[in-house]
Design a protein around this ligand. Structure first.
Ligand code: SAM
Length: 210
């Protein structure tokens, strides 16, 4: 499934505006502050990434997740993909060692089982006007791409603020848990760390979770 090209242009244009306004700062990623960004990273890490694991980060922004993991003493083999050329260029300036690639997951087209972990933070929050079809396809493709597991967060549709934002896409945790259960019996939904957000951790069928 490829991303709708008008939607893609909207995302690229709004990220360009935000980057021009805020530069190398979480606000350019539409996070209200660094703590909110890093809270999400902390929950993603519950999947169990370890030093030496390979990790594909979908919608990586600047690649901050890699730097944050390093700060936790975890050096992964990191690849980040993102639609925004400006964010990727800024990320390469700050983190020259990272492999940062332009595109969405379907354009990047990874081989099945080609990364230990596939993660996504905040990259499925824009409304795609498709009843969540692109988001679900992305989650399925993330699972196909991983060897050990995937971790991603979404906005929580039970929250009044998200429901009221026409430009944002949100989901019911129970509906995403159902999708997760179709992929693997080994999954967890975490929804008590921020009021408007939840995270789903899915381990590959047959892999011990850590
Ligand atoms: C809220 S920011 C989060 C960035 C990063 N994950 C972080 O937490 O620091 C969302 C990012 O996802 C990117 N994005 C949105 N839709 C995407 C898609 N379909 N494929 C790849 N990147 C996407 C945006 O360009 C933006 O950089």
């Amino acid at each position: 499934m490829s991303i709708d090209q008008k939607q893609r242009q909207r995302i690229v244009a709004s990220q360009r505006d935000a980057w021009r306004r805020f530069g190398f700062h979480p606000n350019a990623l539409f996070w209200s502050n660094r703590e909110i960004q890093e809270t999400r990273f902390r929950i993603l890490l519950e999947a169990g990434m370890q030093s030496g694991d390979s990790l594909l980060d979908v919608g990586c922004g600047f690649g901050d997740f890699s730097a944050w993991l390093e700060g936790q003493g975890i050096a992964v083999l990191y690849t980040g993909i993102d639609l925004s050329p400006e964010l990727l260029a800024e990320g390469r300036r700050h983190y020259p060692a990272l492999n940062l690639v332009e595109g969405d997951l379907f354009e990047f087209d990874p081989e099945p089982g080609s990364y230990d972990w596939v993660t996504l933070s905040g990259a499925l929050n824009r409304d795609h006007d498709d009843d969540g079809e692109y988001a679900r396809a992305t989650i399925r493709r993330m699972y196909e791409t991983c060897r050990k597991g995937i971790a991603f967060n979404l906005l929580d549709a039970r929250h009044e603020w998200t429901r009221g934002r026409w430009d944002l896409q949100s989901f019911h945790p129970a509906a995403i848990a159902e999708l997760a259960s179709e992929l693997s019996s080994n999954f967890k939904v975490r929804d008590s760390y921020l009021s408007n957000d939840f995270t789903v951790l899915i381990w590959k069928q047959g892999t011990e979770n850590v």
